[in-house]
Design a protein around this ligand. Structure first.
Ligand code: MN3
Length: 196
């Protein structure tokens, strides 16, 4: 069964003025859709290679599956943890306490500081470790998944230039500040509760 582009929970213009309708439309309909298309092709080719017992071709295709599949998974998480301004709520209760225990009142500052220095293209994350049962800020390169760092993804931000160039040119820092005005904390908190 093929993978498909997930429906967005908001209209393209719903994140304005922080991200424009043009930026969301391009990101979703061109970039994310491209990853879905290329993932499906790579998986089909992988299946063909398996039928022919062509192991080297299968191994070669794992790179495309990792890249485009990671792009699809990460963007799907990203859209879910965005919400129109003032619609996403704030961290509450035990989750708020866990954030404060770990980061004091500095979560946003620390998250942005770690995100701006990621070289080239990647993602930044708030993740939950089942090993030490605490929250971690982490980053991954290209479209690598947070689970590769043994963390459960709670919140992610796309740091690829295509995520912010239309609205913020090359200013990743301004983009990251804006993201916190359209964060869907209800979704982030729900992921944390499910990860416990
Ligand atoms: Mn992207």
């Amino acid at each position: 069964m093929e993978y498909s582009l997930p429906a967005l929970s908001f209209e393209f213009d719903a994140l304005e003025p922080y991200l424009s309708s043009e930026a969301i439309a391009l990101h979703y309909e061109k970039h994310h859709a491209g990853y879905v298309k290329n993932l499906n092709k790579a998986l089909t080719d992988w299946g063909d290679a398996e039928k022919h017992r062509n192991l080297s071709e299968q191994i070669r295709l794992t790179q495309a599956i990792r890249f485009h599949g990671g792009g699809h998974i990460n963007h799907s998480l990203f859209w879910e943890n965005l919400a129109p301004p003032s619609m996403g709520g704030e961290p509450t209760g035990a989750f708020r306490q866990a954030l404060e225990d770990r980061f004091g009142d500095r979560f946003q500052d620390q998250f942005i500081a770690k995100s701006v220095v990621v070289p080239g293209s990647g993602w930044s994350w708030l993740g939950y470790s089942k090993t030490d049962r605490s929250l971690h800020i982490a980053t991954t390169l290209q479209h690598d998944l947070l689970v590769m760092n043994e963390l459960v993804p709670l919140l992610c931000v796309d740091l690829w230039e295509h995520a912010y160039y239309i609205n913020y040119k090359n200013d990743r820092h301004n983009f990251l500040q804006a993201i916190f005005s359209i964060m869907n904390w209800k979704v982030v908190q729900k992921r944390w509760e499910e990860a416990q």
